[in-house]
Design a protein around this ligand. Sequence first.
Ligand code: TRP
Ligand code: SF4
Length: 336
Amino acid sequence: MPKRVLSGMQPTGRLHLGHYLGVLKNYVKLQEKFDCYFMAANWHSMTAFYHDYAQAHNFIAPMISDWLAAGLDPEKSVIFVQSDVPYHAELCLILSMYTPVSWLERNPTYKEKQENVEKDIDSYGFLGYPVLQAADIFLYRGQLVPIGEDQLPHLELSREIARRFNHINKLENANAIIEPEPLLSPSPKVVGTDGRKMSKSYGNTLSLSEDENDLRDKIKKMKTDTARIKRTDKGNPENCPVFSYYDYFLPDRKTEINSQCRSAGIGCIDCKMIIADKIIMETLPFREYRKKVINDSALVQDILQAGADRAKKTAGATMENIRNTLGINKPCQINV
Ligand code: TRP
Ligand code: SF4
């Protein structure tokens, strides 16, 4: 039996090249080998968007559109939205009884976010973020969880919660919650148009479904090796964010561009246009899928409905089992 994979992504709207190279390509590969569940973690996004949740809800469809365009196949993977499966909330509540507050307070993501607050996220729900994440994984008996390095502390917490829950309830084997393992995706640090890490909050992204001309414009305006001022100056590709895109999109031409840059044989505009053409070509499916979805909104809705039905079946069976083990399903009776 193939192993079960569960992963989630917070819906933040259009995905960008960083998501594609770091996460999506990996999801698409995993669905060939494993029994995969991929989830839009919209309750998680509510921790930051509680004041205007409706806006965050609108981020779900564009994200799913990008997943599908990247090649996630609803025949192979279960693609669903967290809040379509209310069991996540129930299991989160139950697990919260088994999670010492001190474990959550020492979670590095919690501390970090609290320190550089742009938004007020000092809530009970945000503190419990990893508990909800544990519930996500346990409901599907997920064995492998593809995540980036930043999510490792959350996964470790899931494992601790699983152990404590199993220990306290004396659960073994089939009834025990599975301790999930991380599947560290080889996530390259994709740089944005300003040379910093590509991130929506820096406003330096190249989004996957971006208009062709916008993509070309953004790349044209990118900083290059700042020491290369005139066309005749020799450049150093190591100091150039544009060159890093050759790694992902045109590895075959790296050597050639590298020496051309160093000898001032190629100008930055030409060098940028080569990579822009290639990125535009690779992102074509995302623009096309976006158009399809805009013309036929039922497309994504139907996929998510079918995904929710399948997810509910799996999660419902786990939840039933947990309710039985805890004795929640027993009819109430007076026995003294
Ligand atoms: N916290 C994850 C992130 O921000 C998203 C997520 C929610 C998740 N539930 C999950 C990831 C379960 C893996 C498994 O990236
Ligand atoms: Fe960067 Fe290319 Fe210009 Fe060299 S030629 S500095 S690699 S954009």
